[in-house]
Design a protein. Sequence first.
Length: 499
Amino acid sequence: MNPSSDSGGSHAVEALATLASGLGVDSIQSGRKALEVVRVRSPEMVTVAEQTGEDLVSTSAGFIEMMLMSLRSDVDLPWSEFEQRSHDYGRLRAAQGVALEALFDVLAVYRRATIELLSRPVQGKAHYDEIVGLAQARLEDVTERLTTAIARGYLDHIDEEHRARESEMSGLAALVTAMGRSLDLNETAEVALVESLAALRLSTGALWMRERSSYKLLHTVGLDEDQIDGFARQAGPNVKASASASGRSESQVDRISGQEWNALRAQLRVRGRTVGMLTAGTRVDRVFNASELLFMAAVADQVAIAIERARQFASEARTDHLTGLANRREFERVMEREVALAERHNRRLSMMMIDLDNLKRINDRLGHRAGDSALKVVAQQLQRVVRASDVCARVGGDEFSVAMPETDLDRARDVAARLRGAVDQAALSMRAPEHVEVSVGIAAWRPGQDWQGLYQAADADLYEDKRRRKTVRRWQQEDQPVQLRILGRAGGRRRVSGA
């Protein structure tokens, strides 16, 4: 049906066109009145508009102006523009979660406001019924056409949302599959970031690892070297969020709006602990909606699990399972690095080696569980007496080593003395049948010496200490008086043992 076709006499058509042309200036006032009705009929739409800063008076006046213009026969009506505006209106309200029925109801309010606006000037005059009847007939056709455009826009948005959710689920499945292929931490971080950006349809991002109270950059995508610091300042871990979302996912997602970047930032959490931070962003104008924030949270949960798994695997590969200290392989990497730093910066470096002297006797007399307990005692006391910058390791069955940067021989000897005292005290508190004893060797690095040479020097000093301790124990035993035991029964002949 063509809304511009005439219905009624020529006088009514001309009068209606004249009225519609003159009443356009009153559309704002009518918009305000219509908004009061909308506020009662669809309060949820008014609430959403107020939250987003939308001017609902202008929106109402705009629809009334379209309806007034459609009543004019003296101009060519821009129906393509009217339908596009209505289509966009339907998409917007769908994105805001307003019910489609509420939009139809609001459009009916605008239609009644337009009829009321037209009726007042011709009230009680000739041809009143003819003019108002013609306006109602035309507005019925106009409303039907606008309703169709609004519904089409609304359904287009829903269709796009469904396709986006399907794409997100597919992307999430691809992300989980890709991240499950590796246990290497750096490789997992790279795959997690690349797949997350693909799922979110973004091209730029960064992933930081949480280390104690700070964040260490692990991987970036889409950033040149000179852009990384700026990205971190505008969308990194320490930037204040403009909005946040939390749902059933453990990870929290923030929306960041900076001078250059619009981004989503996820705090990666596993079992209540923050393990990292992931930011995905773009320089183009983009408003991330609530569903995208929730999807980012689901992605972040999977990334957090993969990162934590890879980090746990890396830790286990570097750690002695019994004591929790570094293992031999990790200690060798540390020593190689520390010797290189000492050579480059002319720093002092000492190394300490510790041997649990009587582990075999403890195992033979009390069992291997007692032997494991003795090893744990030494490891615990070792961590107590050294600095946080020192690296402790279990390098053999009963051997421990400590890399001590910026440490000379005198300080290393002080640490060794405190270690012996701490081990003795801990062994006494355990009241174990077999006392825990340790020997200690110390060596200081010399310029030009590699870490193997330092290790051999400390090992030689360890065996010298072990030899000295055996000699001292032998002397102590020789100095002890001979103990006599009287054998035989009371009242009979007595024989003195050792006589």
